[in-house]
Design a protein around this ligand. Structure first.
Ligand code: ATP
Ligand code: MG
Length: 147
């Protein structure tokens, strides 16, 4: 079994140069140890992409909060940022390959638009349910529900 707490903490540590550069506070709320049957390497790719996105699309001095809980008997992880957000009409497109929202609005933020398309496929492989909700100029929350 994979201890999610360690997987997430490893990635947070690996990405700490990015958060420190922008003075983004990363908070974690892991009230207990969460074990899941999954592939730690593929899960790391998923979580790495999601936390990278949260850091990338959150301006200086922002906050990224990561929570774990058990809901209806399932392990749930939530990655929430208070960044630029995603327009409602774009929410269903961001999982497409090469899709990037309105690059003209934030030309300084670079990317290929592949991250979330890979995340979606890996979640399918590992039977992890993924949900995104977002409000423009307020922030984004990604929820992972483990089988
Ligand atoms: P990369 O391939 O380097 O990850 P990317 O970050 O642009 O490039 P995705 O991770 O697939 O690509 O994300 C697709 C688009 O969804 C982004 O370009 C961005 O517009 C939007 N997006 C993703 N995560 C967030 C977030 N946390 N806040 C705001 N917008 C986001
Ligand atoms: Mg990305």
């Amino acid at each position: 079994d994979v201890l999610l707490n360690s997987t997430f903490l490893d990635i947070i540590t690996r990405l700490s140069p990015k958060s420190q550069n922008k003075n983004i506070t990363v908070t974690t709320n892991f009230p207990k140890e969460y074990y899941v049957k999954t592939d730690n390497y593929l899960l790391s790719i998923i979580v790495g992409n999601l936390i990278s996105n949260a850091l990338k699309y959150t301006p200086k001095n922002g906050t990224v909060s990561i929570n774990m809980s058990t809901e209806n008997g399932k392990t749930v992880c939530k990655i929430k940022d208070n960044g630029i957000g995603i327009k409602k009409e774009e929410l269903d497109k961001i999982f497409e390959q090469f899709y990037r929202s309105d690059a003209s609005v934030h030309p300084e933020i670079k990317g290929t638009g592949l991250g979330l398309s890979i995340v979606k496929k890996l979640c399918l492989l590992l039977s992890i349910q993924i949900e995104i909700s977002s409000t423009i100029n307020e922030g984004t929350e990604v929820v992972l529900i483990f089988p």
